[in-house]
Design a binder for this molecule. Sequence first.
Ligand code: HEM
Length: 467
Amino acid sequence: MSLANSTPPVVSGALPFVGHVRQFQRERKKLLWRGYREHGDVFAIKLGPTYVAVVNGATYNRTFYSETDNALNLREAYTFLEAALGSVTLTARKEDYYNQRPVLQEIFRREHMHFYIHAMNIEVQRWLESLGDAGTTNLTDDMLHLTQAVAGHALIGATFREELGKTFWEDYRAIANSLDFVLPTHLPLPKFIRRDRAKQRLREAMLPVIQKRRQRPDQYDDLIKSLLTTPLKDGNYLDDYTIVLFFIGLLFAGHETTAGQAGWTIILLLQHPEYLARVQSEIDHQVHTEVPIDGALLSRLKSIYWAIDETTRLRPSANMQMRVVEQPLTLGSYTIPSGWRVMVNADISHHLPDVFTNPEQFDPLRFAPERNEGKNTFSMVGFGGGIHKCTGMNFAKNEMAIIITRLFQQFDVELVTQAPQVVVGKGASHPSETWIRYRRKSERVRDIETHAESPDIAGCPHAVQHT
Ligand code: HEM
């Protein structure tokens, strides 16, 4: 019998009504590998009444990304975000997204990256100064606070703490905590009421920030200015409220994701001292405490970027992406009907032994040119792919590289929590609470002017306790 035009086979173990929901929530990796062993590159799982076609490997991942905005609808898969973030980037209607796209491209242009890297230098050093000379700290929390500070500084400028006000991050958290995959987002529940009040306060906090840039654009060179002055595809400009949403959307896309991946990169390095020694030697030879890290220096820190890529492979913050099928889609010998969902995932794609040698091993040198195991960009899905591939990827990788470089340059570090676990959050995965012990080994970085700003870190919950 020909399989042409049949739907993908459903993995064993589906229960009446709920299908694979519980296994998907609790043992996703096991479920997906069972599907792969039973049926190969394309199979289906059932989440309640909804069928999800799971695709694996570079060929089908490529189809998934290239059919996004064609047969596959991205926005429908992110409706749970819309009440929180409005209609921008991933939650925008297709026409709005393509209209807004020039703005998205503008803000991550190389010229702006210089300023972002400068902001990263300052905020990373502030964090390291806050540690003192020796102690223990909760790395997971520190990364969440540090990535907030970097985003605030890079996107709003050095005065972001005063400009955004004391309650900004609390309000941001109220919005992030309101995300719900199941409940209708307009119900009068306390968390949705908190979300709407927080959105209103954020709007009020940000409108004067926008007004200032609108009145004197020549005095600013930050994200808000770019959002204000970059024409949309139709020649119009973003209105003030959409600018607020854009800013919050960027924070949301880049905050937990970068925090989780930065935390895991540090953890994996500490768990692999032989590779950490290579990283350490790279830092000792290339990086001076007197010289700020710039783009040119970053491009020489190859061992660090390979470690970041290997962490993206083994501990991705975003380990799956979903789409809704709008028009029937052919995948190999199967047809996926409208109304189904399609999913790419890192659990299988990042662990295929014919792509990655000894896939369970932490082996960053697999990304070195001699081996180049990541040569097919669709083998990895951690930053997405195609038109919607993460526009903040270089921002995130540079930020992680600066964190790692400065941390291991100035401190000896060891893990107190020996076996951190993956925690699947609402926005992204991250390590469970992970304590590290540190001792300063070098002079402080000197020419980074962390002291130029107020030492009290007003408004930012960066005031973490170190013991
Ligand atoms: C390690 C950190 C990060 C990870 C793992 C990550 C992951 C991703 C993934 C998987 C997508 C594609 C989603 C999909 O196709 O459904 C995406 C899109 C996006 N990311 Fe990131 N991201 C990170 C950091 C950032 C940062 C720092 C920013 C901004 C400052 C950012 C902004 C965006 C935006 C705007 C999009 C939507 C792009 C579009 O639709 O064209 N991300 N990200």
